[in-house]
Design a protein. Structure first.
Length: 236
């Protein structure tokens, strides 16, 4: 790959490589070489792990009141092949990928190729510049998607909304009280209520405590006038 092309890619990703051969390997598909060890396959393996770690850390810090399941859902969407392919296309990385003759006609059709080359470039940046540089690159290119995920989750996370509202309006934190439970051990349901500064709000039932808390938080938000009841009228 000519020096000019490599420099163009460096401008695109916002990082200048000390080892240009590392970037060149990151952009070499296995179909373009006789020895697969000379391709970007191993880099893709590493890049996938680095990407997952950075996104997991960002979500862990951003969504401090979300449980593992919520974080996993967001993470899975962000690091999916579809999302990585979209970002790769925006950066134009797929166009720079060196592939074998039989792959050229399928280049534009393969989301897997686009997603893979993003991961190989991440790995190359990580090896060449270190974790902090790779993290900065990932957070920059995934920044808008992280913000979008934040907004989407906040809209459906009534506990988070209620906590924010209660702290702003009452300088207090909501507490959740278990009022009742029924059913056999393998199929219990729970009734929980919300209390804010000694004010009790309508309780709600759920198949588990987390679900009941979300529904109870929704009921409190409705009574406080933050949300309209039509959004959750079928929850009880």
């Amino acid at each position: 790959m000519v020096e000019e092309a490599l420099q163009q890619i460096e401008q695109t990703v916002g990082y200048r490589f000390s080892d240009k051969s590392l970037l060149e390997r990151a952009l070499t598909h296995s179909s373009a070489v006789d020895d697969r060890l000379l391709s970007n396959e191993r880099l893709e393996f590493l890049g996938d792990a680095v990407l997952a770690l950075v996104i997991c850390q960002a979500l862990f810090e951003r969504f401090s009141d979300y449980l593992e399941g919520d974080l996993t859902k967001i993470k899975s969407k962000l690091v999916s092949r579809e999302t990585c392919a979209q970002i790769s296309a925006q950066l134009g990385l797929q166009k720079t990928l060196k592939v074998g003759k039989g792959m050229i006609s399928n280049r534009a059709l393969s989301g897997s190729l686009a997603a893979g080359v993003l991961e190989t470039v991440i790995a190359a940046i990580y090896i060449d510049g270190g974790f902090d540089v790779a993290r900065d690159f990932i957070l920059r290119i995934f920044g808008s998607l992280l913000e979008q995920a934040d907004a989407e989750q906040a809209q459906g996370n009534y506990k988070s909304l209620l906590q924010q509202y209660a702290q702003e309006q009452f300088n207090a934190t909501p507490s959740y009280v278990l009022l009742d439970e029924k059913g056999p051990d393998h199929h219990k349901c729970f009734e929980l209520g919300v209390v804010i500064t000694d004010r009790h709000f309508p309780s709600a039932w759920g198949a588990n405590k987390k679900e009941a808390e979300q529904k109870a938080a929704f009921n409190a938000l409705v009574e406080l006038g933050v949300l309209e009841d039509s959004a959750g009228e079928d929850d009880d």
